[in-house]
Design a protein around this ligand. Structure first.
Ligand code: ZN
Length: 334
């Protein structure tokens, strides 16, 4: 614990790191052993990733890693591989009508279409534009920071090691998990929206609490490396973001829980149902869903909210798409 306190003290005010939910002490995700983690009370550990791993080994609720399709280092069924060289590539002339068609990707569109004949033309173009026809992290490029609240951070776009938002503010402490030991920051616009969401929930008897907001590169690196040492890189990649690839570094994400349920159990709550139904009206989306594992590359996380603004959130909600797809269609500069 001393090490943690020292670590926390060493971070600049705006460089908070986030830890566990509710009144539990901070633990060091870099030093906690799996035994320590599994013996902790639920929601007691310092990082969602560590807790996720520990709890998922004990039970199989629909929201935990063990119940999810394992997303391997990229979904092989979607990739251009050596075997595809023998594929007869379909004519994709009709794809050129798609607004985000990119001439230089023609062969990849054709290959992807050959391997995924049931997808619509829009899906073909969108998914290849995202990069999903290639293994995750292939050709990854820096996130376009000029996209602002619509910046995309996923397995194909990453943030610089030294990136942290300039306009971060503390989330009002009354929305923090009880006894939360470290500051919770978000970008100002997201913070205000999050507080409105919490208030909106309270008005309907829902207690939605913040448990993990901004996380910097260094802390994410420690978390991720710990998981890799525990589970290996391939499995860790299905539930933990590599450093630079975490949405928490944007200051636009917040993990939530309630006063009775930690984040891993959040999906069981009335609050989760309320969030699913209403978050978009405050500009938030549930970023990683069960239905979209093959696109996001992450197990479902009912607790992980991402701020994208009301317009984008509403579109995503109403059309049942991922933010990755939304970004590829409406934000990315081709
Ligand atoms: Zn999260």
């Amino acid at each position: 614990m001393k090490r943690i306190i020292a670590l926390l003290a060493g971070f600049a005010v705006t460089t908070c790191i986030l830890t566990g939910c509710t009144p539990d002490p901070v633990q060091d995700p870099g030093t906690s052993s799996p035994e320590e983690i599994t013996s902790s009370a639920s929601e007691a550990v310092s990082s969602e990733e560590i807790q996720s791993q520990a709890e998922s080994s004990q039970e199989a609720p629909s929201q935990t890693v063990s119940s999810k399709p394992v997303v391997s280092q990229g979904n092989p069924s979607q990739f251009v591989s050596s075997e595809t060289t023998s594929l007869v590539l379909p004519d994709v002339t009709d794809l050129k009508d798609q607004p985000h068609y990119r001439e230089e990707l023609t062969k990849r569109y054709a290959t992807y279409k050959a391997k995924n004949p049931k997808l619509t033309n829009e899906q073909i173009v969108t998914r290849v534009n995202i990069g999903l026809d290639q293994p995750y992290y292939t050709g990854a490029t820096p996130t376009d920071l000029s996209d602002g609240i619509l910046m995309v951070v996923n397995k194909y776009h990453y943030l610089p090691e030294d990136y942290q938002p300039e306009n971060m503010e503390l989330v009002d402490k009354k929305y923090w998990s009880v006894g939360f030991p470290v500051p919770l920051y978000m970008q100002m616009e997201a913070k205000l929206a999050f507080e409105s969401l919490c208030e909106g929930g309270l008005a309907e008897g829902m207690t939605i609490l913040a448990r993990s907001g901004f996380r910097d590169y260094a802390f994410q690196k420690r978390i991720y490396n710990n998981y890799v040492s525990m589970d290996g890189r391939e499995k860790a990649d299905t539930y933990s973001a590599r450093p630079g690839y975490s949405e928490h570094q944007t200051g636009l994400a917040m993990d939530v829980c309630t006063d009775t349920h930690g984040y891993l159990q959040f999906y069981k709550t009335e609050e989760a149902k309320w969030v699913k139904k209403n978050a978009h009206t405050y500009g938030f989306i549930i970023r990683y869903t069960e239905e979209d594992v093959s696109i996001t590359g992450y197990s479902a996380e009912a607790w992980h909210l991402r701020y994208v603004g009301v317009e984008a959130a509403t579109y995503i909600y109403e059309n049942g798409i991922t933010f990755d797809e939304y970004h590829a269609r409406f934000v990315a500069q081709n």
